[in-house]
Design a protein around this ligand. Structure first.
Ligand SMILES: NC(=O)c1ccc[n+]([C@@H]2O[C@H](COP(=O)([O-])OP(=O)(O)OC[C@H]3O[C@@H](n4cnc5c(N)ncnc54)[C@H](OP(=O)(O)O)[C@@H]3O)[C@@H](O)[C@H]2O)c1
Length: 327
């Protein structure tokens, strides 16, 4: 698997990583043995980067990763977690005392002395402009609690504010063939500054696999049911903020553009990987087969200029208007 380096931290990550929101909650039920099998399949396929958060299953995702890594001391996997969404989303909560407490809990859950990377988990926009917040994050590094810190953002404007901070190692942002705005300014700015880009929701919550129809029913405890219109958290996190019905139609057209030898999901991942400035792409996987085929996208050839142009045209016609003004 191709490895890519985050300039500011010197850490290298596999070009395809693994998102582990599915191993916690919000995607229907997942049993422990199935969660472990997903981690195993990803690692066997060469994935060296897992993304989690303290809030996924209220710590279950972190604990499952710890259990897996305890049994596989031969692996060298970077684990990024996130903090800040177990309390009210107000700037007053983003203070050193809370950071230390959240960090203690994540280190316990992950069974490590020091986190590899901790990301602010989509905090209120005002947090990005607070010198105190970033001083506190610097203190966390000085105290040896985390090797580095980054941010997970909702908007391109938040990403640009964060990249301007000198010690932000990484920015996690939604980027996929249905979310192209980061290509305009965020990716070039990150590349220039040596900030890693972690591309999340790369399959638009599975939409880009082309497997859903307008009649598909998701479980009641799956965010694709309960957050379809942003009822529980930012609407952009569910189907990338694309209206489900028109997203299904656009995904069908996307599937028709995919070259022979690729699945639509692999083409989406490959599209993201080849955008200059991207460090790693973190598809979530419900089962080992998804984890394996997603990792395999890293070994496929780059998409041709013609395919890239067709995907761009599809975005401009069907999607752009829905998402570009919001995120
Ligand atoms: N605020 C934040 O910081 C934030 C927010 C969202 C996500 N994330 C991170 O980003 C990661 C990725 O985003 P995501 O999981 O929300 O969305 P995603 O990766 O775009 O979609 C994941 C879903 O796509 C489907 N899928 C995956 N691989 C497939 C394959 N090979 N073929 C067919 N279908 C496939 C599965 O759907 P089915 O379940 O229907 O099979 C899976 O649950 C998360 O796991 C999490 O680590 C962070």
């Amino acid at each position: 698997m191709e490895q890519r380096v985050i300039g500011r931290s010197g850490r290298s990550l596999s070009a395809i990583g693994l998102g582990t929101w599915q191993l916690g909650a919000d995607w229907g039920d997942v049993e422990e043995k199935d969660a472990l099998a997903v981690l195993e399949a990803a690692a066997e396929a060469g994935v060296t980067f897992f993304d989690t958060a303290d809030v996924y299953g209220d710590g279950r995702s972190e604990q499952t990763i710890a259990a897996f890594l305890r049994g596989r001391p031969d692996l060298d996997i970077t684990v990024a977690t996130k903090m800040g969404r177990r309390v009210d989303q107000i700037p007053e909560n983003y203070v050193l005392e809370n950071f230390r407490a959240w960090n203690d809990r994540s280190r316990r859950n992950l069974g490590v002395e020091r986190l590899d990377l901790v990301q602010l988990h989509c905090p209120p926009t005002a947090v990005y402009s607070s010198d105190e917040v970033f001083d506190a994050l610097d203190t966390m590094v000085e105290e040896g609690r985390t090797a580095a810190y980054g941010v997970s953002v909702e908007t391109c404007a938040e990403a640009l504010t964060a990249i301007a901070r000198p010690h932000v190692a990484s920015v996690q942002i939604i980027l996929n063939p249905f979310r192209m705005k980061p290509l305009l300014e965020v990716l070039p700015a990150a590349a220039e500054a040596g900030v890693g880009i972690i591309a999340r929701v790369p399959l638009a919550s599975g939409l880009l696999s082309g497997k859903y129809t307008k009649d598909t029913v998701f479980a009641a405890n799956d965010h694709r049911t309960f957050n379809r219109h942003g009822e529980a958290f930012d609407q952009g996190e569910t189907f990338s903020g694309v209206d489900y019905g028109s997203g299904v139609e656009a995904a069908a057209e996307f599937s028709g553009l995919v070259p022979v030898g690729f699945t639509p999901a692999q083409a989406a991942l490959r599209w993201i990987m080849q955008q200059p400035g991207v460090t790693t792409v973190i598809p979530g996987a419900r089962n080992p087969e998804q984890a394996r085929t997603n990792a395999a996208a890293a070994g496929l050839p780059p998409l041709s200029e013609e395919t890239l142009a067709s995907i761009r045209d599809l975005y401009d016609r069907r999607i752009k208007e829905q998402v570009e003004n919001r995120w």
